[in-house]
Design a protein around this ligand. Sequence first.
Ligand SMILES: *[C@@H]1O[C@H](CO)[C@@H](O)[C@H](O)[C@H]1NC(C)=O
Ligand SMILES: *[C@@H]1O[C@H](CO)[C@@H](O)[C@H](O)[C@H]1NC(C)=O
Ligand SMILES: *[C@@H]1O[C@H](CO)[C@@H](O)[C@H](O)[C@H]1NC(C)=O
Ligand SMILES: *[C@@H]1O[C@H](CO)[C@@H](O)[C@H](O)[C@H]1NC(C)=O
Ligand SMILES: *[C@@H]1O[C@H](CO)[C@@H](O)[C@H](O)[C@H]1NC(C)=O
Ligand SMILES: *[C@@H]1O[C@H](CO)[C@@H](O)[C@H](O)[C@H]1NC(C)=O
Ligand SMILES: *[C@@H]1O[C@H](CO)[C@@H](O)[C@H](O)[C@H]1NC(C)=O
Length: 396
Amino acid sequence: MRAVLDFCLVFFTLNSPGVLSLSTHVAIIYPQDPVLRIGSNLTASCWIHPELGVHASSLFWTLNGQQLPSSIYRLLSPTNLSVTLAGLNASRQTSGDNLVCHNHKGHILAGSCIYVGMPPEKPVNLTCWSRNTKDLTCSWAPGGRGETNISTQYKLKYKLRWYGTEKQCDDYTHTHTRTQPYSCSITQDLHLFTPYEIWVEASNQLGRAASDVITLDILDVVTTDPPSGVAVSRVGQLEDQLSVRWEAPPALKDFLFQAKYQIRYRLEDSQDWKVMDDVGNQTSCRLAGLRPGTVYFVQVRCNPVGIYGSRKAGIWSEWSHPTAASTPHSERLMCDSKSSGDSNSTLRRELKQFFGWVRKHAYGCSSMSMKLYDQWRVLMQKSHKARNQVLQGDKS
Ligand SMILES: *[C@@H]1O[C@H](CO)[C@@H](O)[C@H](O)[C@H]1NC(C)=O
Ligand SMILES: *[C@@H]1O[C@H](CO)[C@@H](O)[C@H](O)[C@H]1NC(C)=O
Ligand SMILES: *[C@@H]1O[C@H](CO)[C@@H](O)[C@H](O)[C@H]1NC(C)=O
Ligand SMILES: *[C@@H]1O[C@H](CO)[C@@H](O)[C@H](O)[C@H]1NC(C)=O
Ligand SMILES: *[C@@H]1O[C@H](CO)[C@@H](O)[C@H](O)[C@H]1NC(C)=O
Ligand SMILES: *[C@@H]1O[C@H](CO)[C@@H](O)[C@H](O)[C@H]1NC(C)=O
Ligand SMILES: *[C@@H]1O[C@H](CO)[C@@H](O)[C@H](O)[C@H]1NC(C)=O
């Protein structure tokens, strides 16, 4: 199947076993390699050299290996047989569909690649970002229904707003971590403090279209690498907390940036992330109100702020790779599950209330309240252990 589909790529360079060893002008298909719009009609003809001694009425056509019915053939002359395809479908592949003329034994006499697609539509969603002000990468999406079904080129063009000459981005392979099929990176001769005009031009053999022009200053679209060295650890025996530490991206030291961070975390078996966005510019933070004896995944990302004194925030980096850690098992819960009579005790209600209070008031990274909270927890655990011992003592 694959071999048949790829036929158009190799037709004129290879002699596959089914191809008669004929010189090039023994049979010819007109038109050769046409490019057509979806839904259009095509009449192609297969002309055979009279010296071959073959009558055109004995020939047959195939499209992508499928024989076409003789009802759509027309005998134009003893050496010329046409076929008419109405309402052409999109090419199955950008390398074209194979229209082939065969003799009565099935041998291939001639072939033509048919490219059926649409002109490109105006590209959309052009967005750009600069990694540490060292480059400018833009990505976009093809307009309309997307694929044109024929080979289409995209060119990212740009110029400095007031006095620049039009330039073309030529690094379409440089994809960084924001992998995008439609993207290009400008890595040389970048100007700061001067707005750029940027747009995308799409073209193929059926037409061309340009995106809207966007205007931006590199300093307004700065992003960085994600924070590195993210480490998650337990906070002593506190069963509902984890401590997260990380390092600022190295570029922050080279440039006049500050940074703010965001943390998100989720249960091992859940897809719902909880985001803490009030971390500020600290490089460590405490997560509280977690489930005991549970694995959590944690990620951190960074946003450069105050770039060269600019008041605007940058663009959030990618999230760091997830780091996992588990909270300690709760002695209390294990006891509770054994003695369910204890589960509605006054103490448990108090605990619940306090959890609620903590979530409301100590959410974030305020170290003052965290300290108080830690103290309270240690105190509570001590008194709780004492109680459980009493309870267990009662039962035995
Ligand atoms: C294709 O041919 C059909 C008749 O078979 C005709 O009705 C139709 O208008 C043609 N379409 C185009 C795009 O020429
Ligand atoms: C075969 O017929 C088609 C359609 O009439 C014509 O365009 C083409 O020139 C003919 N080929 C030859 C070699 O006569
Ligand atoms: C287009 O696709 C439809 C459905 O697959 C098929 O019936 C029709 O024959 C195709 N048209 C052409 C010109 O290949
Ligand atoms: C043509 O492109 C569209 C996307 O716009 C795709 O859904 C469709 O499968 C393609 N057609 C063929 C025959 O590959
Ligand atoms: C363009 O962006 C808008 C809004 O973000 C989104 O809804 C749309 O799907 C995007 N279009 C394409 C083709 O990606
Ligand atoms: C964090 O921000 C405060 C002001 O909000 C600033 O004084 C301090 O220098 C910043 N620290 C770092 C490490 O950037
Ligand atoms: C605990 O109390 C709640 C409501 O106060 C009740 O719905 C639940 O059934 C009780 N559980 C036990 C194990 O008694």
